[in-house]
Design a protein around this ligand. Structure first.
Ligand code: CP
Length: 331
C-alpha cells in the first residue's frame, strides 16, 4: 500500500490534519496490541534514525530507542558534546549530512527562541523526515501520547468533557512551556471544554492562545483561562497540573525562580483532587517535582495515569516513525 504519510516531518501536531492525527493514534493502538501479543513489527528494517539531544531526557530518549528497535531499525543517540556542533557544524550541515546517512532525524532543543528555529532549519535542509522531540514551543509526541491516554480512559468523544491544564509550583528549574502549549493545541481539535489556569506571569505564547481559540471555533468546545487552581478542579474529567517557567514574562532564569517562589500553594493534592469527578484522571508528562508540584498520594494514587502516558510515548512514536519513514506499509 502506498503510504501518504511517507516523508512528512512531525514538528508540531497541528501541521498534520485532524484526520491524520487520529489515524496515527489508531496505528499506535494497533502497535500497542501487537507489542502485548509479542507480534513482529519490523516495518523499518535496517533503517537509521539519528536522535540529537541538546537537553537531558529519560522517557524521550529511551522510548525512541526502543521504538526503532521494535521497528527493526537502528537508533543513534547523539549529544551535542559528541558532535562538532560547538566547533562550527551548522543546522544546515546537520540536516544535509545526517539525512544523507539515514532515514530520519529527531531533535530535542529546548532553548528559548532557539530550539524550534533550529529544528526547522535542519528540516529545511534534510531530504528525510525530521521529528521534534521537544523544543521551546512544542512537545508534539508528548501531546500525542497524552491524547492516546485520554482516548483510552475517556473514549474518543470528548465533547462535554472538562479538561484542565494547570500551572503548578516546582523548585527545580524554569521548565519549558512546550507541554501545555502542545497539549491544548492538540486537544482543541476535539471539541472538549478546555480550561487553562496559571498565575498571571505564566502566560502561554499569544500566538498559541489565538490558535487554540480558533480551533475551538472550528471544532467546537470551549476554552477558558483563569488564575485560580482550586476553582478549576471542580467537576473536571481530566486534570494536568504541571510546572512551566514564566518565559513569556522573562527568559531570565534567576528572575524566573523569584517569580515561581511566590506560588508555593499551587500544588496538586488530595484536597484539590476531591473536587474533580469521581472517575477523573490525573496526568503529568514527568519528571515531576514530588512534594511540591504534586503530592505522593496523588501521583501514586488511583486517579493517576502517569505511567500509561509514559508508556504511550513508545506506541505513538512507533506509529509516527513507521508512517513517515516506511514507504510501502500497511498495518
Ligand atoms: N516527558 C518527557 O519528555 O520526559 P523526558 O524529558 O524524560 O524525555
Amino acid at each position: 500500500m502506498k503510504n501518504k504519510f511517507f516523508g512528512h516531518d512531525f514538528i508540531n501536531c497541528n501541521d498534520w490534519s485532524k484526520k491524520e492525527l487520529v489515524t496515527a493514534i489508531d496505528v499506535a493502538l494497533k502497535l500497542k496490541k501487537k507489542f502485548y501479543l509479542k507480534q513482529p513489527t519490523q516495518y523499518l528494517l535496517h533503517q537509521t534514525l539519528f536522535l540529537l539531544f541538546f537537553f537531558a531526557s529519560t522517557r524521550t530518549r529511551t522510548s525512541f530507542e526502543a521504538a526503532m528497535d521494535h521497528l527493526g531499525g537502528n537508533p543513534h543517540d547523539l549529544t551535542v558534546e559528541t558532535l562538532q556542533i560547538n566547533h562550527g557544524d551548522t543546522s544546515k550541515e546537520i540536516g544535509k549530512i545526517l539525512s544523507s546517512y539515514g532515514q530520519g532525524i529527531a531533535i530535542r532543543h529546548c532553548d528559548w527562541k532557539i530550539g524550534n528555529k533550529y529544528i526547522n532549519e535542519v528540516a529545511n535542509n534534510s531530504n528525510k523526515p525530521v521529528f521534534n522531540m521537544q523544543c521551546d514551543i512544542y512537545h508534539p509526541f508528548q501531546a500525542m501520547a497524552d491524547l492516546m491516554t485520554i482516548f483510552e480512559k475517556k473514549g474518543k468523544k470528548l465533547k462535554g468533557k472538562k479538561i484542565v491544564m494547570s500551572w503548578a509550583y516546582a523548585k527545580s528549574y524554569s521548565k519549558p512551556i512546550s507541554v501545555p502549549q502542545s497539549f491544548l493545541l492538540l486537544l482543541s481539535l476535539f471539541g472538549a471544554d478546555l480550561v487553562l489556569t496559571h498565575p498571571q506571569e505564566f502566560k502561554l505564547m499569544p500566538k498559541i492562545i489565538n490558535e487554540i481559540k480558533q480551533n475551538t471555533k472550528t471544532y467546537g468546545g470551549t476554552f477558558e483561562i483563569t488564575d485560580n487552581m482550586e476553582e478549576v478542579f471542580d467537576n473536571a474529567d481530566v486534570v494536568y497540573p504541571k510546572s512551566w517557567g514564566p518565559l513569556v514574562t522573562t527568559p531570565d532564569q534567576k528572575e524566573g525562580k523569584k517569580i515561581i517562589s511566590q506560588y508555593k500553594d499551587w500544588i496538586c493534592d488530595e484536597k484539590k483532587m476531591k473536587l474533580t469527578k469521581k472517575d477523573a484522571i490525573y496526568m503529568h508528562c514527568l519528571p515531576a517535582d514530588r512534594g511540591v508540584e504534586v503530592t505522593d498520594e496523588v501521583i501514586d494514587g488511583h486517579q493517576s495515569v502517569v505511567y500509561q502516558q509514559a508508556e504511550n510515548r513508545l506506541h505513538v512514536q512507533k506509529a509516527i516513525l513507521a508512517l513517515t519513514m516506511g514507504k510501502d506499509i500497511s498495518f
